[in-house]
Design a protein around this ligand. Structure first.
Ligand code: GTP
Length: 179
């Protein structure tokens, strides 16, 4: 009997409401910018199949899009179970969403511990470096606090770094769980 190794990873994408989680996923999965993604109620999940040259099997990513609003906190807890990786997203034009990432870290780590993760500052297309209180030093500091594999500035609108987010996270999960 030949045993086929399964590369299956559950990933949760988290961050405050309106940072662009659903829009990033639409762009990643469908290659389109949807300007009016409906507010996520509770959670949705999407599946993406990936192929890496060095791995014979197909890799399955099951990505859970979790509602960012506080009132859905009770739903989110159940969905962290079994997660293998996290995408933390903030909005580069709203400092409070950056500050909130530590709250997301605490919520997740209290349920499932530290998982392979990447940090994403979304809406780089709207960012004006002059009037932004955030800087590279702050990004690096937060990335280190999260033990993140990488920090990306991304745009779900202009498809900047969208594939890279999931590609790098998947590489990290393969390294941790299946190599
Ligand atoms: P919740 O479902 O409430 O958790 O929000 P969310 O994080 O899923 O945000 P959503 O994807 O609904 O995006 C919120 C708004 O930001 C929408 O109007 C999007 O069109 C817009 N948006 C998302 N990403 C980008 C981006 O990269 N650039 C620009 N300009 N707008 C974006």
């Amino acid at each position: 009997m030949v045993l086929v190794r399964k590369f299956f990873y559950k990933v949760c994408i988290v961050g405050d409401s309106e940072v662009g989680k659903t829009t990033l996923l639409h762009q990643y999965l469908l290659g389109r910018f949807i300007s009016d993604a409906e507010r996520t109620i509770g959670s949705n999940f999407f599946v993406k199949y990936l192929k890496f040259p060095e791995i014979k099997n197909i890799i399955t990513l099951q990505v859970w899009d979790l509602a960012g609003q506080d009132r859905f906190q009770w739903v989110r807890h159940a969905f962290y179970k079994g997660a293998k990786g996290i995408v933390y997203v903030f909005d580069l034009t709203r400092n409070n969403t950056f500050e909130s990432i530590r709250k997301w870290k605490d919520e997740i780590e209290s349920k499932v511990g530290i998982l392979p993760n990447v940090l994403v500052g979304n809406k780089v297309d709207l960012m004006n470096p002059q009037d932004n209180k955030l800087n590279e030093e702050k990004f690096t500091e937060l990335k280190e606090d999260l033990s993140s594999y990488m920090f990306f500035k991304a745009s779900a609108k202009e498809r900047v770094n969208v594939d890279e987010i999931f590609y790098k996270l998947t590489k990290e999960m393969i390294k941790k769980y299946d190599s």
